[in-house]
Design a binder for this molecule. Sequence first.
Ligand code: SF4
Length: 248
Amino acid sequence: MIVQEIQAKTVLGKSRVHDYTLNAYVGCAHDCAYCYARFMKRFTGHREPWGQFVDVKTNAPELLRREVAGKRAKGTVWISGVCDAYQPLEREYGLTGQCLEILVDNGWPVTVQTKSPLVLRDIEILKRAADARVGFTITTADEGIRRIFEPGAPAIAERIEALGVLHEAGIETFVMVAPLLPGAEELVALVRDRVDSALIDRDNYSHAAGVYRRYGLEWARDAHSCQERGEALRAAFEQAGVPCRKLY
Ligand code: SF4
């Protein structure tokens, strides 16, 4: 893994999903086969494959303090739309935690989305937030499938357990089943008591086409199969009392 410390010029980015997106890292060690964020590589100058480098914006908290003070209105900050803000390097650098604390202390709404239980390190900050929600991306309940598509990401059981801890602490939680991978059906029973809502999306990109092919899973990308399985999963979540939106 190539780790490079950089000085960023800005840290709050505009987002189409929430008002802003924030991330102290460019690149992601979770190395998911389907990752849509790999387009960011072209802004970095890195020649290594996606998943093999991370740029660390060491001045992110300092920038954020300035940017928050300079905005006329508060907006919801998504941590993060691309590159997992709680990837392993965060344990060492703590930049996401510092940024989260700045946002919470200034009363900015925050939506955290991650695959890592490292977010639990910041549970006390989240508990005192006026408006914070935490989502875990969980694409399948099958650990074998997870290892194929998300080789560097934490195990499914760890994510589910973390959701439970956050939910128990009174923090709003959600599960994002995206992309919908084989074996996602079992998730409903595993998370139903740990989340307030669920979202489902299909694999909208072709980055992992070779992986689906290699493991005989092409059926899982088929449009008809995605519609059927997505709809069945949405209905199962709703039946279990979890409001669910299918995004395609
Ligand atoms: S966790 Fe998200 S950003 Fe990181 S490699 Fe996986 S899909 Fe990409």
